[in-house]
Design a protein. Sequence first.
Length: 337
Amino acid sequence: MLAVGRHGRLALVAAVGQYGVDDKRPVEPSTIYDLASLTKVVGLTTACMLLVDQGKLALDAPVQSYVPAFRGPGKDRVTVRHLLTHSSGLPAWRPLYREAPTRAAALALVDTTPLVTRPGERFTYSDLGAIVLMQVVEAAAGESLDRLLNAEVFGPLGMTATRYLPPPSWQRIIAPTERDTTFRNRLLRGEVHDANAARLDGISGHAGLFSNAFDLARLASMLLDGGAWDDVQLTRSETVAEFTRRQNLPPGSSRALGWDTPSEPRDSGSSAGMRLSAQAFGHTGFTGTSMWMDPDRDLFIILLTNRVNMPYAPTAIRHVRPRVADLVVDALIAPEL
């Protein structure tokens, strides 16, 4: 699924292929996908933006001021900004689905996981950091992440096909991912692909959201229009600018707040490709999803796939993403030069 937009309008929605290797129905523009790590930006980062605007969340505040259970050597120096830039010092991952029998036990393990580097010293893309940040958001907001997003993001933007824990009535239009081999032992369709998110009952900051191209186009348009969509001003333009600019934390990192920016050199394999501007921002998801927005061109590119349903081509998406981005820019931008 490819959705491309400029100047607040969809220029292209192209549905290509079938639902899965065992489901030959052609996908449609309304097909819903497991967003995987796009959850970190579509959900968690957007929630952080709202709370910053509301004065409920301070980027440079210690995480412990929101989550006292986040304890261990050096953790008193970890800030919200560290979590958003993946520079907290937390490791990337641990098998919570195997180590913990419940959501509460899994969160306790995350909160007591030792740091592996000093805060701000090294970039380590961390699902654990996103799970901690979810707890920060819930403490600051006074409600669960899913309820906050439904009420203050997805509802106002009319994103009716975006949510955690999609109901059974949606199953027919959800692209399947793959057969789980961790603890569920079944083909996943409408259940979060990520095993740790499943252990967290399907609701987490690092994974768990499902959505389609139309809904994500609304979010992308909002971000490109300084936090506004139609007559809704979701967040301040200054907040959008801060969250989408490179933070240089740690020095040399390509990360903005939650979002990523095109890595340098461009031929290093960035999913942004070679032709988006240096001001572009985006993110990817393990299941085969990605979003890139380019404020300089007022352009967004959304790619949704269920590439994990094709185990015989598990790495092809690394070549598809940048190639698609380059082809879009060539088609829409080059004629204007």
